[in-house]
Write a protein that binds this ligand. Sequence first.
Ligand code: SF4
Ligand code: SF4
Length: 381
Amino acid sequence: MNMDTRASVSIVRCESYEEAKLYEAVAQAAREGGMPDVAGKTILLKPNILSDSSPEDCITTNPEFVRATIKLLKNCGAKEIHVGDSPGLHSPTFEGKRCGIKDVCDQEGAIWEDFTKNPTEKPIKGTGRILPMASIIDKVDMVFSLCKFKTHQLMYTTGAVKNLFGMIPGLHKSACHVKCPNRESFAKLIVGIYETVKPAFCLMDAVIGMEGSGPANGTPRSVNLVLGSTNGIAMDWAQAVIMGYDPKQIPILKEAARRHLLPSVIDYPLLKADAVVVPDFQRIPIRENTQFIKTLILPFFTRGVQKKLQRREPKPLFDNSKCIRCLRCVNICPAKALTLSGDESAERRERHICADYSKCIRCYCCHEVCPVNAIKIEGKE
Ligand code: SF4
Ligand code: SF4
């Protein structure tokens, strides 16, 4: 814990995406959370568009939330507003249509950004790694993380910090899972990206969040809140509290603490996080029994033993009755652990997804991209 810092997280009640009420809530969260002066600034808004899905699925930041933020920034004198994200499977024509965010950009005069165009190489702080990143980062004065309140199979929660992983274009993200194959190393990378991007402000869409099997196949859950902070780590701490987690068990927050990025005090100028805990929120269970092994002992084991331990993590199970053979899971799997069975001349519906669990690194990218919830994360080998 950093002994010298304080951070403030504003938490505001908001029970719907109705335009006027949402604008009020976003404006109050921004004001009380200490949003910096944006007059004359060029700003990138980074919503969470994990997959281009309907707003009702609650996988993405709601388009009305993006609209409210654009309007607020314009009213505060921002010069130019850019909006963009890059899903794991980034098609060449992707522009946030289905989730409604591109239309909001067109209606409100914001500029949609294609993150895959001419990415720039960035050293990622504290990791020794260089990764491609959306080049718009070098053309704006400020980045705002417009995150969504959701659970996450691998990291337990996804909020202001994890949202910035989308600055890495397309499939470069799944390659990161091979380089950082466990929760601790992946958390190190994510916190490094957060430190590199350094968002000036974070706003969290927690009006309707996601519980259960997030970040893509969970259940929408009314949380009725909007959060604002200059500090994404403090915001994610508040989110963990609201979900009913012990924040000290969340890998990204543990890594932030290890790097002395966790503020010593979090102030809540409006609602307090522990006063708005969602009752019976469906959390991803913390895999505590592997934490000690992974953090302290695993690096000293041989690759073979490491793999064996990794295989004790829950694995993806494929439901052929639901699967529509879209092959998104096959295409995104960074470990090349998935194939489509059978003869290529056979009808697709007669073939099914085969997993080689000896190759699988339990990154759960397949689960994130499956459009029909045909993949469950459960069981041990
Ligand atoms: S099968 Fe799924 S969980 Fe396993 S490595 Fe591939 S994408 Fe990751
Ligand atoms: S992503 Fe889902 S629907 Fe598509 S092939 Fe894989 S399991 Fe089937």
